[in-house]
Design a protein around this ligand. Structure first.
Ligand code: GLU
Ligand code: ZN
Length: 494
């Protein structure tokens, strides 16, 4: 165990239920989960749903379903409860109201009456003069008369937190010591004019009340950390918080063209990975590499191995690149690691409607069991199973014009006729014997095995690529194989 955590560790994962779950969110959940498990700590799952305009119940349900699919568990939060319930911020509004009032009573926050137009005008002027362009403290110390005058104008104030005029330094668990000077961290809003508390307030308040010891989150939130540290200090003075947590900011994830991967990019969508048939363990393995690695540079490992080895100090602060090819390669390795029975069961969704093009009654369990081991070593994602085995269950092979044109050359008809002849008299209990038959047919026409088997493959499966051909023929059976070669010969003759 590392020295990071001597007191019991309490970390939190606190997404907002907006839109579809995305890979950035999963990476954050994963690192918090691994950190908690590594330190035998507590993972708190909190829902940050105070933004009624953007949050949705549908998104909340999806979030939970996705986290469960990935295999995450949490010690406190929705569905499991805990000593700090409720864990949905929308049900904790009274708490935030109370804290906001306490901060104002203690002079740590104040009403700001500035309109957006006024703020914009002053910011532009400050910028033009080359001065810091954040909030200028205009309403920090309004007189009673000024307040009355603003009220008489019908203005409704926001609540602003009063930043101390001091430099804030903290040691980031990933990035080391970071310093923010006062002019770069102006007073900031914590409650909207309509009374709705903002993320800037509710997030540190709940971290304090839920006794979070380590805040691990994306680098995009780094700029809120000095604000939250100052707010924490005020909460400690008020007796609401005990101790400022440690912070660690996880690196950005870069997508195509070295741009930050956005949650709106299609390759961010967790649902997409699920539909394409990524295994949860394959996807998590890959996502763990976005900023971290297992010693010895082993790319493929289990979540247990990650948990055992995970140190937050090993996280690399540099941006990580999301590489779909590598993600698929790692997933392929995890598919190979499954035992065959598990593999066949996990393929089930893609052997049915809407993915499978064959009628349910044409599915043949024995053929599936026979072909599965050959498929298991070749899939990158489980959804590829459908195209790989459809030749077994469709009455006729799929028509793929590109494959046909590529495989059917001058002389292919002669080759197919010879192959048919040799296959007719071959031993159909041995894939090796079927291979010998096609090999012999090729020799007759001066063709190597690769060239000789291409037209046979397209005649029988419809495609130029697929599972090992001779095992496929054996499983499909003599009668169907020969009938398909006949059909191809008829098509070539036409
Ligand atoms: N609800 C915030 C988000 O999803 C949480 C940020 C944090 O971890 O502090 O961005
Ligand atoms: Zn103001």
């Amino acid at each position: 165990m590392s020295s990071v955590a001597s007191a019991p560790v309490r970390v939190r994962f606190c997404p907002s239920p907006t839109g579809n779950p995305h890979v950035g969110l999963v990476r954050t959940a994963l690192f918090n989960w691994a950190f908690a498990k590594h330190h035998q700590g507590t993972l708190v799952f909190r829902i940050e749903d105070t933004d009624a305009a953007r949050d949705s119940e549908e998104s909340y349900d999806q979030l939970l379903a996705s986290l469960r699919w990935l295999g995450f568990d949490w010690d406190e939060g929705p569905e499991v409860g805990g000593p700090h319930a409720p864990y949905r911020q929308s049900q904790r509004m009274d708490i935030y109201k109370d804290v906001a009032q306490k901060l104002q009573d203690a002079g740590r926050a104040y009403h700001c009456y500035c309109s957006t137009a006024e703020l914009d005008a002053r910011r532009d002027a400050a910028r033009a003069a080359g001065k810091p362009s954040g909030y200028d403290g205009h309403c920090r110390d309004l007189s009673a008369e000024q307040v009355e005058a603003y009220k008489a104008e019908g203005r409704t104030p926001i609540v602003r937190f009063r930043m101390p005029d001091e430099t804030i330094t903290f040691t980031d668990l990933v990035r080391g010591e970071l310093t923010f000077t006062a002019e770069n961290v102006p007073d900031y809003g914590i409650v909207r004019a309509n009374g709705a508390p903002l993320y800037t307030l509710v997030n540190p308040v709940d971290d304090a009340l839920m006794e979070i010891t380590h805040v691990l989150r994306g680098e995009d939130l780094l700029s809120s950390t000095p604000r939250q540290i100052a707010l924490y200090k005020a909460l400690i003075d008020l007796g609401v918080a005990k101790e400022i947590p440690s912070f660690g900011h996880l690196p950005y994830v870069m997508g195509e063209g070295n741009k930050k991967l956005s949650k709106r990019d299609p390759e961010s969508s967790l649902n997409l990975y699920r539909e394409r048939g990524f295994l949860p363990e394959g996807l998590l393995n890959y996502l763990s590499l976005l900023g971290w690695s297992l010693s010895g540079d082993r790319d493929v490992f289990s979540m247990d191995e990650m948990v055992a080895a995970f140190e937050i100090s090993d996280v690399n602060p540099n941006p990580a690149r999301f590489d779909l090819k590598k993600c698929e390669a790692i997933n392929a390795d995890h598919i190979r690691l499954l035992d065959v029975k598990d593999f066949t069961e996990r393929c089930a969704p893609w052997l049915q409607a809407p993915f499978a093009p064959w009628a349910p009654e044409d599915f043949d369990e024995a053929k599936w069991q026979a072909v599965a081991p050959h498929a298991q070593t070749r899939l990158k994602v489980l959804s590829e199973i459908t195209d790989n085995v459809d030749f077994l269950f469709l009455a006729e092979p799929v028509e793929d014009e590109a494959s046909w044109t590529k495989a059917m050359k001058e002389g292919s008809d002669a080759l197919l006729r010879t192959a048919r002849e040799k296959l007719e008299s071959a031993d159909w209990t041995s894939a090796e014997a079927l291979k010998e038959a096609v090999l012999a047919a090729g020799e007759t026409h001066g063709l190597k095995l690769g060239k000789a088997q291409a037209p046979v493959r397209v005649a029988v499966t419809g495609r130029t690529i697929g599972l090992p051909l001779f095992e496929s023929l054996e499983i499909l059976g003599k009668e169907k194989t020969l009938a398909r070669i006949d059909a191809a010969l008829a098509k070539l003759a036409a």
